[in-house]
Design a protein around this ligand. Structure first.
Ligand code: GLN
Length: 307
């Protein structure tokens, strides 16, 4: 491994104060109860892992789940069907933007990383709402290699009770024929997908699968087709940090996806996976200290894919 435990620990200590610049979101009350001092990072390459901080603590994936649902929808329906409903362009708007929905003709969400795009993607996963939920959970379990991974029902319930904006986005899309059917059932799937709980070790393993062309780092089994793993990494670069993706590409240069829980999933094309948690978020809804520690690691070991 390119980094020793003490070195990772030192970079984490350097990034820690950045959490003080962030805030824990309150629009999902259950997330507001997260410990602001929680901080963990795991780096995985093949069978090796290096961990620092709260590497075993469980948290919900939130928007980090959007790359997983996209992989599943692409595996189920193929590129043509998926990209007829969801665009491929960054927005310059926040993750929950409704404005960006009106910008394309015919109206469709600009990309699968903003909420509207992710909800549309979830609607494309094959099966009934119950089957979609089960298949998403099974897929996360397979990628993370832990069949005990579960959904945090408390967080899901809390999000459900405060989901007016996601409902509005969904009804808007339904009226424009982007999605069909029962909105409450679809949002239940989307919210449960966001509420799947992992720890940093599992998140890093998921990152190493996506990074390593879709192959399981241990068995070598192809869990995601290489073409789809490449599409996902590209979206992580162009849209993974929402309207802060450009700055992140310059400072860090590693395909990554954030979640409003403070989760950060990194997938380096050389097969290195990163799983990070630090709940306080910066103004763009990305983990303040999480981004900083990934920047430190990337710059110290020249990991930017553009370097
Ligand atoms: N479940 C959250 C939502 O839909 C995910 C958003 C995020 O992580 N940025 O609002």
């Amino acid at each position: 491994m390119f980094i020793a435990q003490q070195e990772l620990q030192a970079l984490m200590e350097k990034a820690k104060p950045y959490a003080e610049n962030g805030n824990i979101p309150d629009y999902i009350p259950a997330l507001h109860e997260m410990d602001e001092n929680l901080f963990g990072i795991v780096i995985r390459k093949d069978n090796e892992i290096v961990a620092a901080g709260d590497a075993d603590h469980r948290f919900t994936l939130q928007s980090a789940s959007k790359v997983i649902s996209l992989a599943l929808a692409l595996m189920d329906k193929g590129e043509e069907v998926v990209f007829k409903k969801v665009g491929m362009e960054p927005t310059g708007d926040p993750f929950n933007t409704i404005q960006a929905l009106e910008e394309e003709e015919p109206s469709k969400p600009l990309n699968p990383m903003i909420n509207a795009g992710a909800i549309a993607v979830t609607s494309l996963i094959a099966g009934s709402p119950e089957e979609k939920k089960r298949r998403l959970l099974d897929f996360v379990r397979e990628l993370a290699d832990n069949n005990k991974i579960s959904i945090c029902e408390k967080t899901a319930q809390s999000e459900w009770e405060h989901s007016d904006l996601n409902k509005a986005l969904s009804y808007f899309m339904k009226s424009h024929n982007v999605i069909h059917g029962h909105i409450d059932e679809l949002l239940d799937v989307y919210i449960k997908q966001c509420s799947i709980q992992v720890n940093c070790k599992e998140l890093a393993r998921i990152g190493s699968v996506i990074g390593g062309n879709g192959k399981d780092p241990v068995s070598g089994r192809q869990l995601i087709p290489p073409r789809i793993a490449a599409i996902i990494k590209t979206f992580m670069v162009t849209c993974g940090m929402y309207n802060a993706s450009g700055e992140f590409a310059i400072r860090v240069g590693i395909p990554a996806k954030s979640g409003v829980s403070g989760a950060l999933l990194g997938a380096h094309p050389n097969g290195i996976g990163f799983g990070i948690i630090s709940p306080p978020l910066n103004e763009y809804g990305n983990s303040a200290a999480g981004i900083k520690v990934l920047e430190e690691v990337s710059q110290t070991y020249t990991l930017s894919i553009f370097s």
